[in-house]
Design a protein around this ligand. Structure first.
Ligand SMILES: Cc1cc2nc3c(=O)[nH]c(=O)nc-3n(C[C@H](O)[C@H](O)[C@H](O)COP(=O)(O)OP(=O)(O)OC[C@H]3O[C@@H](n4cnc5c(N)ncnc54)[C@H](O)[C@@H]3O)c2cc1C
Length: 397
């Protein structure tokens, strides 16, 4: 692991800091924390924000220049996210496109697919969603049943996806479909790019515990997709999906942990402002110990993130050990959210819009949102299985 940044990298950090201070729109400042990505107006503003970031050269910095990136190292990308947290700026909207599909296409896509999509991912001209999960295929993803049948140069899709985040605002989706039902479970699956405006797609919002609907059910009825939209080889989509999921659990967690730092700063501020037994909660020894423990956890995540980063910079790819970060991040995220509600007390249950809701209900929203952290991108139990079997080499079951 390399802890030292070069002078050039440190200068880059200062440039970014100055740029963010001058360019984060006032209405978006602070929205890097506990904010909705379901509301259409919020999505429009975040799309504009990604465009602004792109024009300044801050989106896809680690992508090669031939794909519209800056050809910088992933280190600069991480530094950028750290500075975003410091400035309390929201992240680019097209997260699935940038952190999951982009790297997948660069590795497995055809020249035509790269040429058609990569630029538009960067500019947020096309927002992407991930159509993997189905009603009986979440943890057991290889059980997916959505069928794709070849008809000339087209695949015809029938089936149902579920929990598809941002499907209601997405232009495109990357989907897993079954192309050979006779093959063994992990075989016979194909990775497809799907235009979300295709006839035969019905998107139904699913209301979440937070009260908003960021994810959806997606029904596919005789949806026609050009065969040229297959990524990698037909029936070998499982391997392509593993690339996508590794990036989701590893690189994306590194980005998520940076949001955790924003939450930690907010928690500290909350503890300083909230009275407990006649003095600020931040002076209570138990509160101090808990905040210290959370800060140590956040730092451990950062160092583990640097370890993964070092591996990638040395030519490796994200591996199963990325599950450690995802697992630990989700635990910290939930602990932090719950501890904030302990500091606030019963008022923590008041939501945005209530005159008496502390911090305009941000903590109520954050606490409910954090319930999903141990489910999305691999549940806690599944990540423990992966770590046990694939990292520690323990016997299966
Ligand atoms: C906020 C959020 C956003 C999401 N966004 C997307 C998205 O954009 N696209 C997408 O495709 N999916 C998305 N998902 C779905 C997510 O990937 C699934 O919820 C997840 O994989 C779990 O699947 P499941 O919900 O079907 O639960 P199940 O797999 O049915 O699991 C239920 C419970 O059983 C446990 N369990 C299951 N199998 C085992 C086992 N072998 N050993 C031990 N325990 C086990 C699980 O840990 C869990 O506690 C999202 C989920 C959330 C919460």
């Amino acid at each position: 692991m390399d802890f030292d940044f070069t002078d050039k990298q440190q200068n880059f950090r200062l440039d970014v800091r100055a740029w963010l201070a001058a360019n984060v729109p006032a209405e978006l400042r602070g929205r890097g924390f506990a904010s909705s990505r379901a509301d259409l107006e919020a999505v429009r503003r975040l799309r504009d924000w990604q465009r602004t970031l792109y024009k300044a050269g801050y989106v896809g910095m680690d992508w090669p220049t031939e794909y519209g990136g800056r050809g910088a190292s992933l280190v600069e990308q991480v530094m950028f996210y750290e500075e975003m947290s410091r400035a309390q700026a929201p992240q680019p909207l097209n997260r699935s496109g940038l952190s999951m599909l982009g790297p997948t296409l660069m590795k497995h896509g055809t020249a035509a697919q790269k040429g058609r999509h990569l630029d538009r991912i960067l500019t947020a001209e096309e927002i992407w969603c991930q159509g993997f999960s189905e009603p009986n295929a979440g943890s057991d993803l290889a059980n997916l049943q959505t069928r794709a049948v070849l008809d000339g140069d087209w695949y015809v899709l029938n089936g149902q996806k579920v929990w598809t985040s941002m499907a209601h605002v997405s232009d495109w989706g990357f989907f897993l479909v079954r192309t050979d039902p006779a093959a063994a479970k992990h075989k016979g699956i194909t990775f497809l790019l799907l235009d979300m405006k295709s006839p035969g797609i019905t998107i139904r919002p699913l209301r979440q515990i937070t009260g908003e609907a960021e994810f959806n059910e997606v029904f596919l009825e005789n949806v026609r997709v050009p065969a040229s939209n297959v990524v990698g080889k037909v029936n070998e989509g499982w391997g392509v999906a593993i690339t996508t999921l590794s990036y989701e659990r590893d690189v994306l967690t590194m980005i998520r942990h940076i949001s955790l730092r924003t939450a930690l700063q907010k928690l500290l501020s909350l503890a300083r402002r909230t009275q407990k037994n006649g003095r600020p909660a931040s002076e209570d020894p138990v509160v101090r110990q808990k905040i210290a423990a959370l800060s140590i956890g956040e730092r451990v995540l950062q160092l583990n993130g640097y370890r993964s980063l070092t591996k990638i910079l040395r030519g490796g790819a994200p591996g199963p050990e990325g599950s450690t970060s995802k697992l630990f991040w989700s635990q910290l995220d939930q602990e932090l959210a719950e501890f904030a509600t302990e500091i606030i007390g019963p008022y923590s249950q008041l939501k945005a819009g209530s005159a008496m809701a502390p911090d305009d209900g941000e903590w109520e929203f954050y606490c409910l949102l954090a319930r999903g952290s141990g489910i999305r991108a691999g549940t806690t139990e599944i990540l423990r299985n992966i770590l046990g079997e694939r990292v520690l080499g323990l016997p299966k079951d």
